[in-house]
Design a protein around this ligand. Structure first.
Ligand SMILES: NC(=O)C1=CN([C@@H]2O[C@H](COP(=O)(O)OP(=O)(O)OC[C@H]3O[C@@H](n4cnc5c(N)ncnc54)[C@H](OP(=O)(O)O)[C@@H]3O)[C@@H](O)[C@H]2O)C=CC1
Ligand SMILES: CC(=O)N[C@@H](CCC(=O)OP(=O)(O)O)C(=O)O
Length: 390
């Protein structure tokens, strides 16, 4: 997998093909203009898309977002246990999505007429399936299978040899704001994990600019239960989850090496983090609270100023006003990441807080952002919905 740091740049693409995306309707009463809403020359007016794993949570979000997309036409949806069913039988909330095909098995998809694939399958299964897909396809993979550049690190954390190491090297890490220029020409994009998105967006620029120390980073993250997927698991039953909060994966969560890979690149040297995820009794939403040590001479205001400067032209990242605390409810259903920096009572330290919706910026929204880039559509297409509240 290729990773290479880029300065954050404007999200806009340059020239226009027959883009039907001009402004994006966000609700009955409001319209938000997407930045530079023009497409790349030569881009396809219609992109035929297959969603593999459409009967899961991230697959459903891809279908929901695709319904607003002026260029995407869903030509195939797959399920495993749910194959053979109408999509609206599995996800009745999407019954109003137009022209959605029924769920079929992956083996029954004719990929000849498909241009691009969203792969929303479990990790480990994914690599074998992507390996067998035809070469003409553009693929955005939401699983963890192609995120780690080092095959040995993959084997260590995911417990086994990779079935497609050559693709692991080819894949481009899809944290859009950081790797935009690498993602554009990619055939296979490895969409980041939800925790790594919420952590790297704020910490990458701070480490790159050497405003914080790289050897003293403590990350406390919390996720909604949809992060665990839709398949039935005892640990995710209502009674197990409701009215409580629990840490899990303590000292060994598989997102640690993914976070460290990105932060090490930013710091220019190996970074080891302390990271503990927690499960919250909410369906969607993610907060990462990060305790960092200021570099000599740096202040909390310097950190805020760096984040504001880094994301000034980014449509989906907002540094909140001084003192305003990010809240998961304020990104619910949206592709936004909200962040802020606060002084710690311990001298020389700062507290960085970031929130995302794990299913949108943490998964399907970012996947759509990446597909837009790969296909040459304006990056914000179908993604400017504001958060739902309450
Ligand atoms: N949920 C989240 O917040 C995030 C998830 N991800 C990653 O995205 C991917 C999808 O996650 P999510 O949607 O939550 O998972 P779900 O468990 O909700 O959905 C998994 C999908 O894969 C299908 N599937 C499972 N096993 C097979 C198989 N052997 N062959 C073919 N299809 C199969 C399922 O079909 P069926 O149900 O019909 O059996 C279902 O459509 C995972 O890799 C996950 O780690 C990444 C970031 C965030
Ligand atoms: C709440 C919960 O279980 N979250 C998942 C992470 C979300 C996810 O699916 O991340 P990947 O894409 O890396 O698999 C977990 O901790 O494994």
């Amino acid at each position: 997998m290729q990773v290479q740091a880029l300065q954050t740049t404007s999200a806009g693409s340059t020239a226009s093909c027959r883009s039907r995306a001009r402004t994006v309707r966000v609700c009955a009463t409001a319209t938000v203009s997407a930045p530079a809403p023009t497409a790349q020359p030569g881009c396809k007016d219609v992109c035929n898309v297959a969603v593999l794993g459409a009967s899961g949570y991230t697959g459903a979000e891809v279908v929901r977002l695709s319904a607003l997309h002026p260029h995407l036409k869903i030509t195939a949806l797959t399920g495993d246990r749910q194959a053979g069913k109408a999509f609206s039988e599995v996800f009745p909330h999407l019954v109003t999505a137009a022209d959605v095909p029924s769920l079929v098995k992956i083996d029954d998809v004719d990929f000849a007429g498909v241009d691009a694939v969203f792969c929303c399958l479990p990790h480990a299964t994914t690599q074998k399936i992507i390996k067998a897909l035809p070469e003409h396809l553009k693929i955005v993979d939401l699983s963890a299978d192609f995120r780690l550049a080092d095959v040995n690190t993959y084997a260590e954390w995911y417990g086994g040899e990779h079935a497609a190491p050559e693709l692991q090297k080819e894949a481009v890490y899809g944290l859009t704001e950081l790797y935009r220029d690498k993602i554009r020409p990619a055939r296979l994009v490895a969409n980041p994990g939800c925790y790594p998105t919420s952590v790297q967006l704020p910490l990458y620029p701070l480490l790159k600019s050497k405003l914080i120390l790289s050897d003293d980073i403590i990350i406390d993250s919390k996720s909604g239960v949809s992060g665990a997927g839709r398949s039935a698991k005892e640990a995710n039953l209502y009674v197990e989850i409701a009215e409580g909060i629990n840490a899990y994966g303590v000292t060994k969560h598989r997102h640690m090496p993914e976070i460290e890979q990105g932060l090490s690149e930013a710091a220019g040297k190996p970074v080891t983090i302390s990271f503990t995820p927690h499960l919250m009794p909410i369906s969607r939403g993610m907060q990462s609270t990060m305790y960092v040590k200021l570099a000599e001479g740096a202040s909390v205001d310097d950190l805020r100023a760096k984040l504001i400067e880094s994301y000034a032209n980014e449509p989906f990242v907002r540094v909140l006003d001084k003192g305003v605390v990010p809240h998961t409810r304020h990104v619910r259903g949206s592709n936004f990441c909200l962040m802020n920096v606060f002084p710690d009572r311990l001298s020389g330290r700062a507290i960085v807080i970031a929130v995302i919706d794990n299913l949108v910026k943490g998964a399907s929204g970012q996947a759509m952002q990446n597909l837009n880039l790969v296909m040459g559509y304006p990056e914000t297409t179908s993604l400017m919905q504001l958060a739902m509240f309450p």
